[in-house]
Ligand binder design. Sequence first.
Ligand code: MLC
Ligand code: AMP
Length: 451
Amino acid sequence: MLAEPSDREALRFGDRSLTYAELHEAAGTLAARLRGKRRVAVWATHTIETCVAVVAGLKAGVAVIPLNPKIGERELDHILNDSQPDEILTEPALSFEDHEDFPEPDDETPALIIYTSGTTGPPKGVVLPRRALKSNLDALAAAWEWTADDVLVHGLPLFHVHGLGIGILGPLRRGGTVRHLVRFDVRRAAHELAHGATMMFGVPTMYHRVADEVEQDPELAKAFGSARILVSGSAALPATDHERIAKATGQRVVERYGMSETLMNVSVRASGDRRPGTVGLPLDGVQVRLVDEAGTEVGFDTIGEIEVRGPNLFLEYLNRPDATKEAFRDGWFRTGDMAVREADGYLRIVGRRATDLIKSGGYKIGAGEIENALLEHPDVAEVAVTGEPDDDLGERIVAWVVPAGAAPKPEELSDHVAKLLSPHKRPRVVRFVEALPRNEMGKVLKRALGT
Ligand code: MLC
Ligand code: AMP
């Protein structure tokens, strides 16, 4: 599944690096110990050890559950109870010992289990088989003309499909190099691009910060302009940021559209028309259709829900046959994303079916899980959570709170969510109100909540 041992550099995190030979040895040593286990969780710090642990799981045919290292107590409890890992690997010491070769596990063997938010309830574990990863990484290689000569730079978290699934396993399958920034920073990304890196992956929030800085500094602009390809995904890249970067650097960012359950579905090709606001064409082998509410395909320039079929799809939501069944219609996966198809087939994503899903900084966050967490706070009587447009984050999380008595400090409520769930799920704004707008049935009218 990954490139063979060699003296080429595979991974670099800050000033530490591993060659393919070292990676295979260290991962093989660990894999020998993991063999026969069903699942392991990996505390996904931004380190070489995290990558070695993930590769060890792949070698041994053991499913890996990457965990956000800043995860809160409630969310961690949920994931561990739900997935029942045999072991939790926290930056396992690298050890290079002799070990036997591992037979390639079956393509349908679960490789990664990625936890993703829904509109209500706790996150669900998306079970991704090796087949999905392999086929998707090869389709992306074709789309982006991605080879072993490429050096990818990014600073994405390693517990989602963007940073880990394509951002680490992608270069390792191609035989190229990935340089992880440990913490995303525009200047450090520029430094890598000026010193051998050829590609960058990022969420729109990162490109927004790139746009701000390249406009101020011609050296930075030159570095981003020298990249072979800059790829954005996980949320919509605003056309204004696309144009600002193009103007300052001469480089047009390539957008692709993906999801935990499907990996990548659609992308602008490296050689294609890099139009702002569009995500391009379906990847090789991926079928995409746009349908109305009844499931009938819509024509050009009509908004429909994106449904997907292909080898890139997940196996199931762990322990949730009900949710898995509900996610499909006639064998097609229902993404919940709304789009239109332009005359040349390019897709333009225009929104989401559910208002209760928020994309903030490229993270998908369910309003329901934050509301449930806030309701556990003694000073909260009622609450509704919404997403509001934000130049930097795309959307920011807003909590509308009816206090149970005297209003608590807003930071106290944010910290409460950060501690229980995850810091990126914390409300950035808390607004205290006397009552929430409700319909006759008592359901909160979120659209009536506005500034
Ligand atoms: C802040 N922090 C707190 C806190 N408030 N910690 C505890 N309690 C609190 N109340 C900490 C944070 O953990 C973090 O720690 C630091 O403070 C800053 O946090 P932040 O303010 O949230 O960071 P921000 O600048 O907003 O981050 C922007 C960002 C980030 C772009 C870097 O949002 C990000 O990494 N996004 C990537 C999301 C992603 O990969 N999505 C892909 C999903 S897959 P510290 O230690 O860092 O300082 C997908 C499919 C697809 O969507 O198509 O790809
Ligand atoms: P996740 O479940 O965290 O994997 O997030 C997947 C969601 O991110 C998709 O369903 C989309 O709503 C959103 N997304 C990913 N890429 C894009 C993109 N290029 N443009 C708009 N939305 C995107």
